[in-house]
Design a protein around this ligand. Structure first.
Ligand code: AP5
Length: 193
């Protein structure tokens, strides 16, 4: 049975970093709506150009855009072992759509993990990445909005997932390798590598 995980956390929490490590080690597929949107921007598609304006302000793109992106990927053979949903869902509408998508395939979300990192460390990480990678939403104004958005949508989405199960809280302040170990322990993956 596939293993479906959600990585939830503020900008710079390490969702993408950890999702890639778990993907490489265990063959689960990382589906990052942020990465998919950035691929659209890079390809200069109509969707990408429209999304860029919203993303550069640090706001959320529309539910339907990201739901369609995820729906277009969940049946790919790469997802056979399971999916790490990275940055999705961010609204209750997205969570409901994801549940319906998985239910139609006889699946569900197995574990939700919340990566917790202090705001000061997030700002430092994003400032560092801005210098290294030049991501256009990694600037002071957009980050302020992204953090405010996070506070608002986490209050909407976390209770949705906390009801049927407990959310696994990860100390995202730890060094990258230690964060991975925390995740592996929760997933019982440590010995399988
Ligand atoms: P998205 O791409 O999802 O960005 P985000 O949530 O802001 O997250 P980041 O990519 O900034 O951080 P991360 O947690 O992945 O951290 P990372 O591993 O990269 O979304 C971007 C935008 O797209 C949104 O604002 C929105 O507009 C739109 N969007 C996307 N999904 C959407 C949705 N579902 N609905 C609506 N709109 C959506 O790490 C960050 C840095 O820290 C890296 O340099 C890394 O090397 C470093 N680092 C990682 N872990 C550690 C550690 N433990 N110690 C020290 N440094 C670390």
């Amino acid at each position: 049975m596939p293993l479906n995980i959600i990585f939830f956390g503020p900008p710079g929490a390490g969702k993408g970093t950890q999702a890639k490590i778990i993907e490489d080690k265990y063959g689960l597929k990382q589906l990052s709506t942020g990465d998919m949107l950035r691929a659209e921007i890079k390809a200069e598609t109509e969707l990408g150009l429209a999304a860029k304006k919203v993303m550069d302000r640090g706001e959320l793109v529309s539910d339907q855009i990201v739901i369609d992106m995820i729906a277009g990927r969940v049946d790919s053979p790469e997802c056979a072992k399971g999916v790490i949903f990275d940055g999705f869902p961010r609204t209750e509408a997205q969570a409901l759509a994801l549940d319906a998508m998985l239910k139609a395939r006889g699946q569900s979300i197995d574990i939700v993990m919340e990566l917790k990192v202090d705001d000061g460390a997030l700002v430092a990480r994003i400032e560092k990445r801005a210098k290294e990678e030049g991501r256009s939403d990694d600037n002071v104004e957009a980050l302020k909005n992204r953090l405010a958005q996070y506070r608002s949508y986490s209050a909407e989405v976390l209770p949705y997932y906390n009801a049927p199960r407990e959310i696994a809280v990860i100390d995202g302040m730890a060094p990258i390798a230690d964060v991975t170990v925390q995740i592996e322990n929760i997933l019982n993956l440590g010995q399988a590598a």
